[in-house]
Design a protein around this ligand. Structure first.
Ligand code: ASP
Length: 454
């Protein structure tokens, strides 16, 4: 019992993930996942599905209020509109740069590996493409006609815009807005506490999510598409461990080893949810409390990054383009690949970080360069697994840029960054309610009530 208590949350989550992979694969390999069967109905699509979905809902529940309050606090914390513009400009430039490097290197790796050459169609799955919104529409929709609607829909860019504007207006109002700022700070702290509460059940939820994904994994297809899967995974890992770590070291001088150790939790959440958006609360907590990035920078860079920065997704698009061009014997030429790079970078700006959106972006790229959209059907069967891996790379990119921008603005607490234990969650402590605090709050409520009764 006592050893169990001492196990860190990260370790428990990793354990949940490992057991989930083992049990899910056992179900898959043992042929227990036949539709209509007991295991499929009550365990995989029953228990695992319900637990996993409840957890993702809980994470999503936190995103909008957390982004709103932390951004208000962030803007007021920066306290200077010029600095705010600089932080925005730097993070936008870095997000675009890393995405462009990601896709260019992915195309190069895939072309050298020659994946898909001499291969015939391996899947009958069909894919119908969706039109991605044009840039003009993306720009227009940054400004919400109704902020409540944007919040209700979880639309990140209009939410960011509105929250920043509220923060700036509060600064302009000045002294009178002080109690509102204090209120927002308290609300932000409460939301962060909720993140901790939700994270504390992660080991079980991650287990359920992973076990279900593995049970549903098309292992035969994985074998047939081994070339694509291996090259894509290799390119994703190379971007995470080489490109992003070089960017971190060169632009900020921070230790990549420490970064990789601390980002693990956010990566596991991203991997199991396949959604950068749903992972925002965890990424935000990781960079602020574990890496020492000031909330004034992180509150902006993290939700912004979850929306516009998708290095992993761009890599998938690069590898998939080369793969499908080879399968269909289409020579895209240098100009074609340049278009792919440009389109992928632009597409990542306008699409949210939710599961499977990468394929929609891919169909937009294909339309542009004239590749057959049905080709996407070839990689459909393995996309969920690839989505999980690329989402982990996406959130790592967001965190790297957040650290680099914070360091350049002197908004990174180096003592927190180098402390391996900083911000680590001790579940018992984190969600413990002190009896004295409970009584104190009860007294406050009593006092308020009695002052209200005439
Ligand atoms: N699932 C990815 C994300 O949320 C997007 C994608 O590649 O489909 O970042």
């Amino acid at each position: 019992m006592s050893t169990e208590k001492k196990m860190s949350l990260t370790l428990k989550v990793l354990l949940g993930m490992a057991i989930g992979i083992a049990i899910g694969l056992a179900i898959n390999l043992g042929g227990l996942n036949t539709p209509g069967g007991f295991i499929n109905t009550y365990v995989v699509d029953g228990l695992f599905f319900v637990v996993g979905k409840m957890f993702i809902n809980a994470l999503k529940m936190l995103v909008v209020p957390l982004v709103f309050f932390s951004l208000i606090c962030g803007v007021c914390g920066i306290g200077n509109i010029n600095t705010l513009g600089r932080v925005g400009g730097k993070s936008f430039a870095l997000y675009m740069l890393t995405t462009a490097i990601a896709i260019a290197s992915a195309i190069t790796i895939a072309a050298f590996a020659g994946i898909g050459e001499g291969m015939n169609q391996v899947s009958a799955a069909t894919f119908t493409g969706k039109e991605a919104p044009p840039l003009s529409e993306v720009l227009i929709s940054i400004i919400p006609t109704n902020p409540v609607k944007a919040m209700a829909n979880g639309d990140m860019l209009p939410l960011i815009f509105f929250s920043i504007l509220v923060g700036i207006s509060m600064l302009m109002v000045g002294k009178k807005a002080r109690s509102f700022i204090e209120g927002a700070e308290i609300a932000n702290e409460i939301m962060m506490k909720m993140v901790t509460i939700v994270m504390s059940v992660a080991p079980y939820a991650v287990f359920a999510l992973i076990a279900r994904s593995m049970a549903n994994l098309g292992l035969d297809l994985l074998g047939q598409l081994a070339g694509y899967v291996l090259v894509l995974t290799g390119a994703l890992l190379a971007h995470l461990f080489v490109t992003l770590m070089l960017v971190l070291k060169l632009f900020s001088g921070l230790s990549p080893a420490m970064f990789l150790k601390k980002i693990r939790n956010a990566q596991v959440f991203a991997f199991s949810t396949a959604s950068s958006n749903a992972t925002i609360p965890v990424t935000l907590r990781t960079v602020t409390e574990r890496m020492g990035v000031d909330n004034s920078v992180a509150s902006f860079t993290i939700p912004f990054g979850a929306t516009i920065n998708m290095d992993g997704t761009a890599i998938m698009q690069g590898v998939a383009t080369v793969f499908i061009a080879n399968v269909y014997n289409v020579d895209l030429g240098f100009g074609g690949y340049l278009t792919v790079i440009l389109m992928s970078v632009l597409a990542s700006v306008g699409t949210a970080g939710v599961p499977g959106v990468g394929l929609i972006m891919l169909s937009m790229v294909f339309t542009q360069v004239g590749l057959p959209i049905e080709g996407i059907g070839l990689i459909l069967g393995v996309d969920r697994l690839m989505d999980m891996i690329r989402t982990a790379v996406n959130v790592s990119g967001d965190a790297v840029v957040s650290c680099v921008v914070a360091k350049s603005e002197a908004k990174l607490d180096a003592s927190v960054y180098v402390d391996p234990e900083a911000g680590a969650i001790d579940i018992d402590e984190a969600i413990h309610i002190d009896q004295a605090v409970e009584e104190e709050l009860a007294h406050v409520v009593e006092a308020v009530k009695s002052s209200e009764t005439p």
